[in-house]
Design a protein around this ligand. Structure first.
Ligand SMILES: CC(C)(COP(=O)(O)OP(=O)(O)OC[C@H]1O[C@@H](n2cnc3c(N)ncnc32)[C@H](O)[C@@H]1OP(=O)(O)O)[C@@H](O)C(=O)NCCC(=O)NCCS
Length: 316
């Protein structure tokens, strides 16, 4: 892509694709942004390098940067995810607080809308924390709609719940989790079948994502009917996923899986448990709340078809 020169209302700025040499400047940009959005960083150089090495980021191919007088003033990250025959382009734009309201964010967004070929109409998606008013106002200005929220919950003490696992169900920690990847993938795909953001997993893909997890399974006879995947970090027990086969739901199996996983992992004030849950999933929120989880933060998922964004961008 050529170096776009854009004359803003206030100052001249230029846009170009991201390059690996921009990482040092990105660290500084995110440090500056923390003065207005505390939770934005810090993002150290090593974290950027790890992020860019993830297959989904495609080495930053869909990333753009904006400069003012040779200084990095704005950054847009974006990468596509394929959902069946739909393309969803995930994006995040951050402009240095000293350069805001000069149309840098709008120009970066406009640039991202040119990535997919004209015959497609990808959906743009951004996850913006509920306490970032500038981001919410920016997204609203371009017609993004709030479709759901990702609710972050924490638990520092698992509630003492009565009851054992339902009859005929036994709960156990899997000695070799990847051996159960095929069953876990099947349950995952059927339990989330009605979720619009479902990403179906093959057994192989599930085995790869489970490599470092501890996994508790619910067995009915020798059949797995539910699982709870946990990532144990130094000072956090992260509940990656919990799901029960649709035919066995509403019997208390999910609650018992979580209770066992929290108990065995030593959750307490110095080692809380955390998870993310969709605001569109009241059943799960109710299970987590009864177990002692409380809401900590909300990230709003905002979506807009490219065609709508373009209309707003032209009109603004
Ligand atoms: C959101 C953000 C990227 C906007 O960047 P920006 O370069 O300042 O935005 P622009 O100048 O292009 O704004 C375009 C329009 O969005 C709206 N807008 C942007 N910021 C706004 C704010 N703080 N309050 C109200 N409206 C705002 C306005 O309608 C603006 O047009 P106008 O200035 O002509 O009225 C920037 O505020 C930021 O980095 N915020 C923190 C990170 C974040 O929330 N990112 C969003 C994640 S996708």
């Amino acid at each position: 892509m050529a170096h776009d020169q854009v004359t803003g209302l206030f100052q001249h700025f230029s846009l170009r694709p991201f390059k690996a040499i921009d990482i040092d400047d990105l660290v500084v940009l995110f440090d500056h942004a923390m003065s207005t959005e505390r939770a934005i960083g810090p993002v150290p150089k090593a974290a950027w390098e790890r992020f860019l090495a993830l297959p989904m980021t495609l080495n930053g191919r869909g990333f753009r940067v904006a400069h003012v007088d040779g200084k990095l003033a704005g950054y847009a990250e974006s990468f596509p995810k394929h959902r069946g025959d739909r393309i969803v382009r995930h994006c995040k734009i951050v402009v240095d607080p000293s350069y805001r309201r000069r149309r840098i964010g709008a120009s970066l967004l406009s640039n991202l809308t040119a990535i997919e070929p004209t015959e497609t109409n990808p959906e743009f998606q951004a996850l913006i924390p509920a306490d970032w008013p500038s981001g919410l106002a920016f997204a609203a200005a371009f017609g993004f709609e709030h479709t759901e929220s990702e609710i972050g919950m924490r638990c520092t003490q698992a509630a003492q719940l009565d009851g054992e696992a339902p009859q005929s169900i036994s709960i156990t920690r899997a000695a070799a989790p990847v051996n159960h990847a095929a069953d876990v993938a099947l349950i995952h795909n059927s339990a989330y079948a009605t979720d619009v953001s479902l990403r179906p997993y093959t057994a192989h893909e599930m085995a790869n994502t489970m490599e470092d997890d501890q996994v508790w399974i619910a067995l009915k006879g020798s059949h797995i009917v539910g699982y709870c995947r946990v990532e144990i970090e130094r000072d956090l027990v992260w509940i990656e996923d919990v799901a029960v086969a649709p035919s066995e739901q509403n019997r208390g199996i999910g609650r018992m899986l979580l209770k066992r996983a929290l108990g065995d992992s030593g959750v307490g004030t110095s080692k809380p448990a955390g998870l993310n849950v969709s605001s569109n999933n009241p059943a799960a929120i109710s299970v987590y709340t009864r177990l002692g989880f409380v809401r900590r933060r909300e990230q709003r998922r905002l979506t807009a078809p490219r065609s709508a964004l373009r209309q707003f961008l032209v009109a603004s």
